[in-house]
Design a protein around this ligand. Structure first.
Ligand code: ZN
Length: 134
């Protein structure tokens, strides 16, 4: 990729980031529970346990948290999880492109500096103040 192509892709990434909708980190697991009622059917048969319940687990600021998601909200939350994954993918790509861009610039600078014809020492005198002649 050229520097120009990289800049173009980064601009596209920024555009996509700005258009992202609601998002949320984490993943959803399905759970079945046994209740506290001694006479309930769930006690005897694992297939008769209550549920499914949907649990959203995620880590935020290095703390793991989980919360239950109601079934009517499931599709919306799953969409938010996908949007979060997209956010992370776009950020990763932006970072990778930025590293590549910096590498390219270092190479280009090196090529320029080695291609440059070294100035003769005499020319540096020209930067001095003009001497006053009497
Ligand atoms: Zn039960």
């Amino acid at each position: 990729m050229t520097e120009r192509e990289i800049d173009k892709r980064i601009a596209a990434i920024k555009g996509e980031l700005a258009a992202l909708g609601p998002l949320h980190p984490g993943s959803i697991s399905r759970q079945y529970n046994v209740c506290g009622s001694p006479s309930c059917r769930c006690k005897a048969d694992p297939a008769q346990r209550h549920g499914p319940y949907y649990q959203l687990s995620y880590a935020y600021q290095r703390k793991s948290t989980s919360t239950f998601v109601r079934e009517p909200d499931l599709a919306e939350v799953q969409q938010q999880l996908r949007t979060y994954e997209r956010l992370r993918a776009l950020i990763d790509e932006w970072v990778a492109l930025s590293i590549e861009r910096a590498r390219l610039r270092r190479v280009l600078r090196k090529q320029k500096s080695t291609a440059k014809i070294p100035r003769p020492k005499r020319l540096s005198l020209g930067t001095r103040r003009p001497s006053t002649h009497k």
